[in-house]
Structure formats: C-alpha cells, structure tokens
Design a protein around this ligand. Structure first.
Ligand SMILES: [Zn+2]
Length: 499
C-alpha cells in the first residue's frame, strides 16, 4: 500500500498588514530552500510530536509506504500572496503526479488559510488534489483546532480529523489516528461516512483552551462519543476568529463506520452540547497595571504570567507590542521578563555592541500602529544567542527550531528577550536559549494566548489574560467583519442553533 502525504499550512489573520510570501515558507518550513518532500520530511519530523511524526509511525504500524511530497509551513501572518501560493501548489501537484498511482492521501493542513484569490485556501488545495487523483482515492485531512472548516472542505475530504487539544499537544496522536484509519479504508476494513455541521457560533482563543472549563467538559463529551460502537472519529473545530471570511467559527464532524444516520445523529448531539456552553466561552481580561499591582502586593510564590494574546505571533500578531513593557518600565518593576519580541534591528544592534555593553535602542512597535509605540531605551546587553533550540515542552516535542539571532537586554529589573524571526513563546527553551530561566522570575509577559500553557503552567502560580490592544485581541468589538456569515453568536444575539 502506498500513501502520499503533504500540505501547505497557514493560519491567516486577515487583519494583519504583513502579507505572507514564499520566503516565509522557506524560512519556517525547515525542509530546505525547495521545501522538499521525501527524506527532508522524515529527517525533520520522525520522532516528534507533530502530524507527520504521527503519519510516519502510523505508516510503520499499519505496514504501508508513506510518500511525503511537500510539507510547507509559514508562521501565521496576513493573507498569502497568490503567486507564492500557486508556486507551492504547483510544486506539490507536480511532485504528487510523479508518485502516482497511490492508494490514498494524508493531507497535513491548518484549515484557516486565506490567499489573495481563495478565501478557503484548504478548499482550493483539496480541490486541486482531487482533480489530479480522482474521486475514488480516499483522502484524510488533518486540521488544527483553529480550522474554519468550510462545506467544500468537508465534501472533498473523505474524513477530516482536527486536533482535539489547545494547546495543541495531540498532533502526533491525530497524525497517527489518520494514518491507521486510512489503511483500514484502503483495505475496506471500514467504510467511513462523514457528517459535517457548521454552528452559528464564533469563539475566542483564551476560552478555547482545553485545559480550562467549559472546554474540559466539551472535550470529554467528544472522547466519550469516540468510544461508542461504529464511531470512527469526531472533531470539534473551534475556529479561528481573526479572519473575516464567511466560514470563520465553530464546526463539528463525526465519522461513522457505514452508518450515515448515526453520524448525523451524533453530529447533532455534539452541536447541541457545545451550543449549551456558548455563554461560558467569553474571556475575562486584565490590564498590565492591575497585574503589576497584584504581584507587588500579593507576592505569589510562583511565576505570574500576563498572557499578551493580543500580540500573539502564533495567530498573526506582530509580537512587537510594547504596552506591557512600557508599563513595567514605568513602574520600575523588578524580576520581570518580556518575550519573545520580534525586533531584528535591535537584535542586530545588540550583536554589534556585544555582551556587557549598553545600547540605545528603539524597541518594538514597528509593524503597525495597533500594538503600542516604539520605546526608546538604554539597555544592557546580557546575552546573545543563535536562536536554535530543540523543543522539550509538550507541544511539538523533539522539533528543532530556529528563531534567528536573539538578544536579551536588561532595563532596570526587566529582561527583554528579542528574536529576529517571529515565533510564539510556547516552549521555555526559547527563553533558555537566550540565557533566561523563567521559573526564577516574578512576572512573565508572554507573547502567546494559550499555547504557552503547554510548558509554563507547571512553573506558574497565576495566569491572567491580557487586556491589551492588537490584531489577536480576544474581543469581537475590536474587529470589523464584512464577509463573515450572519447571524452568528455572540456578534448577533437572536441566533438559533438549527436556523
Ligand atoms: Zn491552532
């Protein structure tokens, strides 16, 4: 049995002013300048907690040959330049054509990709794949929990399997699940029948977190369903709200073994269950001033975290927002860390100055005018780093990453960790590689909405969701939606589940 795999992954924040180009894929994919398939994919992803890590082991245990043709990834940012997308898509299709015939396809996609021409980037990707391989070859698509799943995607894919968890710590498990299921579909051991339902509901990152209620209970319901007879898999996709596209928001899929009525019934049950929690999915935000007061007055024994999700590069934020940093400097806060901020110019300046010297730097606020102003500071250069590290937290464990040259600057009692590439701080190794041990600090401002919890929860005593401005701010009043389907809850109040 031969199964091809591949994908172009992106979470597109349509409110970002930073377009996504081919160069961003080359920079972030880690599969060489041509974004290779084959050995490059095995070398990068084998033994890692990633989708392809799961595909690779699932292929071994199910006894099929996995043929990766292209694995392209770029850090979340603005709409993808069409020429860049077409270049990657054509490269993928050309390579796929060269390995045909195959018995099935595993597509590693995100689910919230927008290009200049395609509001539904994954729909376009799967459609092009179908046009090449025909209707009879089974296709399983794995998607992020933040996928805005469209009717077109659900119709073109035999089965969609989304990540269950946020932080996304189950990528390997979902990849493995997809690989073992496709083997059973090819041999005819199972007959997968998928049902899809989109909900008139859109939700925000802090409360999509599956380490918190109500998502703990919602996920338990999903897992109980998956244990039932004739249910092959289920997905609750919470959606990516920072995209003004028609299909942004929540959707549910259930795949049963040969029983369409059962799949439909279970999809409806999950939809009703989730709908009953809709009012518990609203976040509660706290200002940096209140958190500084809290830490200074209460002196908690562990690390306090200010989750600056509004500026989260993992959802397209610039990661150079200065609101929290400015307030900490004004308060002369002691024992603080801010990271990881994207500021290649200041990193370069620090590398030129050298460790032990001071620089007069203009920090942050350079991408747009929605995340606070550039701050001028005199800072001490404490540490310089090449920015290469291996993930040891729960998310994508084992993956080698490169966030470009880094510098840790010190201003008063605050350490500022800067990098030359944008990347969400979701593994403490990102700070350690820049010489900072976060568990010894009093307050960490983290450029992440939720994923930091996968590695920082154990060392923290308190976590606050930030009340800061930005293009990833968890607050619907912050955005103007023109394309999103309506009515939708909570933007509209008069909404019923079944229309
Ligand atoms: Zn996600």
């Amino acid at each position: 049995m031969r199964i091809a795999s591949g994908g172009i992954r992106h979470e597109t924040n349509t409110f970002s002013v930073t377009p996504t180009t081919l160069a961003d894929y080359v920079s972030a994919s880690g599969c060489g300048p041509d974004i290779d398939g084959g050995e490059a994919v095995f070398n990068r992803y084998a033994n890692t907690n990633t989708i392809h890590g799961g595909y690779i082991d699932g292929a071994k245990s199910s006894g099929f040959e996995l043929i990766p043709v292209l694995e392209a990834y770029a850090i979340p940012s603005g709409v993808i330049n069409q020429e860049s997308f077409d270049t990657l898509l054509n490269r993928y299709l050309e390579r796929l054509k060269n390995v045909l015939p195959v018995d099935g396809l595993l597509l590693d996609l995100h689910g919230a990709m927008v290009t200049e021409k395609h509001e539904d980037g994954e729909g376009a990707f799967i459609e092009a794949t179908r046009a090449l391989v025909g209707q009879d070859i089974p296709i399983i698509v794995t998607l992020d929990l933040h996928a805005n799943i469209t009717p077109k995607m659900a119709e073109l894919a035999n089965v969609i399997i989304g990540y269950d968890t946020y932080p996304h710590i189950d990528m390997y498990d979902r990849g493995y699940e997809a690989a073992t299921l496709i083997a059973k579909m090819v041999t005819g051991e199972v007959s997968a029948v998928q049902e899809y339902r989109q909900l008139p509901l859109i939700t925000l990152p802090p409360m999509q977190c599956t380490l918190r209620e109500p998502m703990i209970t919602i996920l338990k319901n999903l897992h109980d369903l998956e244990k039932q007879e004739k249910i092959l898999t289920g997905t609750i996709s919470m959606g990516f709200p920072f995209a003004d596209v028609k299909d942004a928001g929540v959707s549910i899929l259930v795949t049963a073994d040969g029983d369409e009525a059962l799949a439909k019934q279970k999809t409806d049950e999950l939809a009703e269950m989730l709908w009953s929690y809709k009012d518990e999915l609203q976040p509660d935000l706290t200002t940096i001033e209140d958190v500084i007061d809290f830490v200074n007055k209460e002196e908690p024994s562990g690390l306090t975290i200010f989750a600056d999700g509004s500026d989260n590069p993992g959802g397209g934020g610039p990661s150079d927002g200065t609101i929290a940093l400015k307030a900490m400097i004004s308060a002369d806060f002691q024992g603080g860390v801010v990271g990881v901020m994207f500021d290649p110019e200041t990193v370069q300046q620090a590398h030129e100055a050298g460790v032990g010297n001071t620089v007069n730097a203009m920090i942050g606020g350079k991408t747009d005018d929605r995340h606070g102003e550039t701050i001028e500071i005199n800072a001490y250069v404490k540490t310089l780093s090449d920015g290469v590290f291996v993930r040891i937290g729960k998310m994508q464990r084992g993956l080698v990453e490169n966030i470009g040259k880094m510098a840790t600057l010190v201003v008063g009692g605050i350490e500022i960790v800067l990098a030359s590439k944008r990347m969400q701080l979701n593994d403490a190794e990102m700070l350690r590689t820049a010489g900072v041990e976060p568990s010894h600090k009093r307050l960490l401002v983290v450029k992440s909405a939720v994923h930091f919890r996968s590695d920082f929860t154990d060392m923290s005593s308190h976590i606050f969701d930030a009340d800061t401005p930005g293009i990833h701010r968890p607050d619907f009043d912050n955005y103007e939606y023109n394309v999103l389907r309506r009515p939708i809850y909570p933007l509209d109040q008069e909404v019923s589940l079944f229309g």
